[in-house]
Design a protein around this ligand. Structure first.
Ligand SMILES: NC(=O)c1ccc[n+]([C@@H]2O[C@H](COP(=O)([O-])OP(=O)(O)OC[C@H]3O[C@@H](n4cnc5c(N)ncnc54)[C@H](O)[C@@H]3O)[C@@H](O)[C@H]2O)c1
Length: 286
């Protein structure tokens, strides 16, 4: 495999991630093949001037096969795709859940990798309009990526995986290599179970403020959006101390809203439970 000129297959090219990674790969020097089964997805692929290649054809000639398909069908799809792959090729998934749950088909001569975008940091120093507009990442704003790869993958294969990851999520600051389990602790536990949950809690609190307590919506949004910024920078970076009165309100909030045993979400059994639910499995078999 030549890292300068890889052949990369995007399976699920018409989906949300498939469209994003295809756009970035299309700007690279690599040879890219697009596979998509749904008529609506195929239409989206063709609307961007990309041709559809049969999955079997695409997979058989690719150095990197990106499985941009829903997590609940990754096991089935990997069982049909991995046996058709070239020796030494990389199967790259975009979320750790299926790899963590042991659902992906394995072959001794095919390297498994998974890479999840961090999304641009809330603390990113954005200067251009493009950076401000890109909240997801992969377009104008730089982001980090966290990735895992088989521990005995050859160095040149890991380099090819990193080169691909840097393109699909470009512009990329760093690729942080961790284990699949560590990646699963990051997502879902840290960022979905905690951070995204708190995001939705903020939205519910805003709704109550406006619709139950009767505060004008614009005033509530102005107060909340500014305070979200200061709450994050004070709590995560120590930019300013919270006032003594604020510390009392924070403690009241924790006592009233958070369950005492909430840190159990970091237990292995809880991780298995939530990933099992996400993948609609009876149990995770690791
Ligand atoms: N959506 C996100 O924000 C996001 C972010 C990071 C990672 N991911 C991960 O990316 C992966 C894809 O998620 P998504 O949200 O883009 O899914 P999606 O449902 O938007 O797209 C999946 C695409 O795969 C196609 N597809 C299904 N079976 C296929 C097959 N056998 N052959 C070819 N194409 C097939 C579907 O028609 C669809 O177009 C998942 O692993 C997900 O966890 C998603």
């Amino acid at each position: 495999m030549s890292i300068e000129q890889l052949t990369v297959a995007v399976i699920g090219a018409g989906g949300k991630m498939g469209m994003r990674v295809s756009a970035n790969l299309g700007r690279s020097q690599h040879n890219v093949l697009f596979s998509e089964t749904s008529p609506a997805g195929q239409e989206r692929v063709r609307a961007e001037g990309r041709q559809i290649t049969d999955t079997e054809d695409a997979v058989g000639q690719s150095d990197v096969v990106i499985l941009a398909v829903p997590d609940v069908i990754l096991g089935d799809i990997s069982r049909s795709v991995v046996p058709q792959m070239k020796t030494g090729a990389i199967v790259l998934t975009l979320d750790p859940a299926a790899a963590y749950a042991g659902l992906l088909a394995k072959r001794d001569d095919v390297v498994q990798a998974v890479a999840h975008p961090c999304h641009p940091s809330v603390f990113l120093e954005r200067t251009t309009k493009e950076e401000w507009a890109d909240t997801f990442g992969g377009e104008g704003a730089p982001q980090n990526v966290v990735a895992a790869i088989d521990e005995n993958a050859p160095e040149e294969t890991k380099a090819a995986a990193e080169a691909t990851i840097r393109i699909i999520y470009a512009p990329v600051i760093d690729v942080h290599w961790v284990t699949v389990k560590q990646l699963a602790i990051l997502e879902p536990t840290l960022v979905e179970t905690v951070a995204c949950m708190i995001g939705t809690l903020l939205n519910e609190a805003l709704h109550e403020t406006v619709h139950t307590a009767g505060v004008p919506e614009e005033a509530a949004k102005a107060m909340l959006f500014g305070h979200v910024q200061i709450a994050l920078t004070n709590a995560l970076r120590g930019s300013n101390p919270f006032s003594e009165a604020c510390e009392i309100a924070i403690q009241y909030g924790k006592d009233t809203i958070i369950k005492d045993d909430w840190k159990k979400i970091f237990d292995d059994s809880e991780l298995d439970y939530v990933i099992g639910k996400m993948l609609k499995l009876d149990a995770v078999k690791r």
